[in-house]
Design a binder for this molecule. Structure first.
Ligand code: NDP
Length: 366
């Protein structure tokens, strides 16, 4: 089948496109301008005519996706602004809500062959902040953020503005399906991920121009002030697979599904990033040294790890305060049993994600 992916040049979306192609789907990737499609066309050239780009300049315009939805069997709607720089909340709310309702409206009117629409929502649409630790599920909605934005407008926190945009956009999707259920030939499945991290395959010139979640990750081990706190996470490749499974599993229709590997403290990432960096350094040494030293490295003595610790290959990476992660109190955790039951998810470990992320950054010379 053929799948329309909106916001196809984004961090999450490029992995979604790639995973769809790897699973045999054809993909039509919607981007805002021709130059935003260049990297995609190059990246997915090996797939020939199984990948194409369509330009949708403004997702907030009525009928923006009318042409793009024609002839596709499914839609993955990922396009939505994710940043914390909006003064006027409408900067986030409008494209989030209108983009979502707009693509559904286009599917209703012109998507005769569409069977399913997957909407990328967020744990931002679920989370609630309370002073005591809690575990949230798909039954929870982030009404706090919506209320804050309604009451405070521009003075609402940057986090609340983004969270409200995701909450209202997802609500609008469910309302749409309810309203038109008798006349649409498709259903909706919603993915709710927390912070998305892992290797990058979209077009990024430098760490400064990384998308929000990857910039946070990069900052955690390059900026001393970014050490405190924590959250919940998902590897971008697992999230991409969830988006594919959401098309393949009938039972995913009509469901919102939390996609998370678990909770983290930023210090945990530092510990894993650091240990994986040491692992890369060992590998590097093993390749450089005569075989006798390789044997030594294969059987490291007690003192060796400390010696390597003292001389990491990239001294810009911070170690933070080793061990501090275990003191972090997780006020929020998210259940992931539904994703395992319905989508058959198996989640990558922090260790693997950290190792692959650091390898990616090293490869880029960051
Ligand atoms: P990116 O910023 O990398 O990608 C966002 C995509 O949405 C880009 O294609 C961007 O297009 C498009 N977009 C943003 N604003 C607009 C707009 N006003 N009009 C049209 N298109 C727009 O972010 P992510 O890949 O991280 O985010 C993808 C989705 O995943 C979003 O829906 C986000 O809310 C959700 N999500 C992300 C999480 C994360 O931690 N990364 C966590 C939970 C959910 P352009 O490049 O042209 O700006």
């Amino acid at each position: 089948g053929k799948v329309l992916v909106s916001g196809a040049n984004g961090y999450v979306a490029v992995w979604v496109v790639r995973t769809l192609l790897e699973h045999g789907f054809s993909v039509r990737g919607a981007v805002r301008s021709g130059d935003k499609g260049t990297h995609l066309t190059e990246l997915f050239a090996p797939y020939g005519d199984k990948f194409e780009v369509v330009i949708v300049p403004d997702i907030t315009v009525d009928g923006a996706f009318d042409e793009a939805v024609k002839g596709v069997d499914a839609i993955e709607h990922t396009a939505s602004p994710f940043h914390h720089q909006a003064d006027d909340p409408a900067e986030l709310l409008e494209p989030a809500i209108k983009g979502t309702v707009g693509i559904l409206e286009s599917a209703r009117k012109h998507g005769a062959s569409v069977k399913r629409v997957v909407v990328t929502s967020s744990c931002a649409a679920i989370m609630n902040i309370s002073p005591t630790p809690q575990v949230l599920s798909e039954a929870d909605w982030n009404d706090q953020a919506v209320l804050q934005v309604e009451e405070k407008g521009r003075a609402a926190s940057n986090g609340a503005k983004y969270q409200a945009s995701k909450t209202l956009a997802e609500r609008a999707a469910w309302d749409f399906v309810k309203k038109y259920k008798d006349e649409i030939g498709w259903d909706v499945s919603v993915m709710n991920p927390p912070l998305v991290v892992g290797p990058v395959i979209h077009a990024v010139a430098s760490p400064d121009s990384l998308n929000t979640s990857c910039r946070l990750m990069y900052g955690a081990y390059t900026r001393p002030e970014a050490s405190a706190g924590g959250g919940s996470w998902i590897d971008v490749r697992d999230l991409a697979l969830a988006h594919v499974r959401a098309l393949q599993k009938e039972e995913a229709g009509g469901e919102r599904i939390i996609i998370t590997a678990g909770a983290f403290a930023w210090q945990d990432w530092r510990a894993y990033l650091y240990s994986s960096m040491r692992h890369l350094f060992h590998k590097f040494l093993a390749n450089m040294l005569p075989p006798i030293f390789v044997i030594l490295y294969a059987h490291p003595t007690d003192t060796l790890p400390h010696a390597v610790d003292a001389a990491p290959p990239s001294s810009k990476y911070l170690k933070g305060t080793p061990g501090a992660g275990k003191d972090h109190v997780h006020l929020l955790r998210f259940k992931n049993d539904k994703s395992i039951r319905i989508l058959g998810m198996e989640y990558r470990s922090m260790k693997d994600t950290a190792a692959d992320t650091i390898a990616d950054y090293e490869k880029r010379g960051w």
